[in-house]
Design a protein around this ligand. Structure first.
Ligand code: 7TS
Length: 426
């Protein structure tokens, strides 16, 4: 198999980024079987990590081991396999709690993903607390998963949905925050890190404004938890949601963290096995946290996989991951800025992703041309149409990085884009 670094060769460009530990990155790449694959006759250059990350051997093995050695349902049987499965499932919950500094694993609810976490809060806390005269405040840079559930609920319950606007540079315009957050505001729900402009939002500032009027805060951490240390207690948020598959874990699983008193007071959402303490024909009593919100057989293998992913990321160290990505995205920003006709959306100070347009080439065409060189980027509106509307563009192409990406891959991306610009200039 061709060694990615040799093939693309930092030496070719002579790029030296002192903050990047290329030797360690090269070792880390060996942990990800998929990074060795070819796309056609080209080595894969995977730059679509905001959509989903790749999975290290440790995660694949943990899930394989569960299915091969102790596959059983959890919280049910008293047989050995079920006890082992239950222990591993609950151990994963504990690992996640520690990873985001939650005070207790009882406050970690396993969901299907970020999307389901937001829908859960909307359908339980939202239905119990929102109505005419109330306001929910979101932002113009939300992923559809933090817009549509609130629109559906607004249409049913009659509250008002408002948006924090964006500045021209793609940051939240907080200058009007005191007129946007009023005593009518019951919830402020916003993204920690934008999946389009890469803006890192000032959670604490918004939390302080929300607290001043007694509003609750939900933060969408889908693009932050995989890439930086997150402490939900330091952020002082009421709800925090994220997805396993963007942080080296499997698909089909996510996490909702909530403050204990809120979760205790919230009614359940889905009914079924595991979420009850007692069922009579006349009615039922709910189970304790976190099971009240986990109806039915949970995603056991996936939780065990996420536990392994958390161990893997912690082993690398989240500070280190963040620093590496920051160094890489600064380099990418600089290189991309030099390409004629290329327009980057969003601020210079950003998380590890860059969305852009190139002249008037459609991003899907760009993506198709890059794919011929084995380069995977995403094109489209990235499930965030309102921010594209706000920025006056229909679609962008987006390169999103993770700790296993290299400057050579950035160089290949730039070479591919220059080639695309030439093709479309003809
Ligand atoms: N919130 C943000 C900020 C996201 O980036 C995404 C997924 C979601 C929520 C939804 O996560 P899910 O796991 O429930 O689907 N974002 C992307 C993306 O940028 N490209 O593909 C998926």
């Amino acid at each position: 198999m061709v060694n990615q670094l040799e093939r693309t060769g930092a030496a070719q460009t002579g790029v030296v980024i002192p903050e990047l530990d290329l030797a360690r990155i090269e070792r880390i790449r060996q942990d990800f079987p998929i990074l060795a694959r070819q796309v056609g006759d080209k080595a894969l250059v995977y730059l679509d990590n905001a959509a989903t990350s790749q999975k290290p051997e440790a995660v694949l093995q943990a899930m394989d081991d569960y299915y091969r050695r102790y596959n059983a349902n959890v919280h049910r049987g008293v047989h050995r396999l079920s006890e082992e499965a239950t222990a591993a499932y609950e151990q994963a919950r504990l690992k996640v709690a520690r990873f985001i500094h939650a005070p207790s694993d009882k406050q970690i609810i396993f969901t299907r993903g970020t999307t389901e976490g937001i829908n859960l809060v909307a359908n339980t806390w939202g239905r119990a607390n929102l109505g005419p005269g109330n306001e929910v405040l979101i932002t113009e840079m939300e992923h559809h998963s933090n817009i549509v559930p609130w629109q559906i609920l607004r249409d049913q319950l009659g509250f008002t949905l408002r948006y924090i606007p964006l500045t021209e540079s793609g940051e939240l315009d907080l200058s009007q925050l005191d007129t946007l957050i009023t005593p009518a505001t019951k919830l402020v729900s916003f993204v920690h890190v934008s999946n389009v402009v890469g803006t890192v939002n000032p959670v604490q500032e918004i939390v302080a404004a929300a607290r001043a009027v007694g509003a609750k805060v939900l933060v969408d951490g889908a693009q932050s938890v995989p890439h930086m240390p997150v402490d939900v207690q330091a952020l002082d948020v009421d709800f925090f949601v994220f997805s396993s598959h963007k942080m080296c874990g499997p698909t089909g699983l996510g996490v909702l963290y909530g403050k204990r008193d809120l979760l205790e007071a919230m009614p359940p959402w889905q009914g079924g096995g595991d979420m009850i303490r007692e069922v009579k024909m006349s009615g039922s009593k709910w189970n304790t946290l976190p099971y009240k919100f986990e109806a039915g057989t949970p995603a056991v293998a996936e939780a065990i996989g996420l536990g392994a992913a958390v161990d893997y990321l912690s082993g690398l160290d989240m500070e280190w991951i963040h620093d590496q990505e920051q160094a890489l995205v600064r380099y990418a920003y600089e290189r991309l800025s030099q390409i004629e006709g290329l327009h980057i959306v969003g601020p210079e100070q950003r998380a590890g992703l860059v969305a852009f347009t190139l002249n008037d080439v459609h991003p899907h065409d760009l993506s198709a041309i890059l794919d011929q060189d084995g380069i995977a980027v995403r094109a489209g509106h990235h499930c965030a149409q309102p921010i594209h509307d706000r920025l006056g563009i229909v679609a962008t192409a987006r390169a999103s990085f993770y700790f296993y990406n290299t400057p050579d891959e950035v160089d290949l991306l730039c070479a591919g884009l220059e080639k695309a610009a030439q093709i479309f200039a003809l």
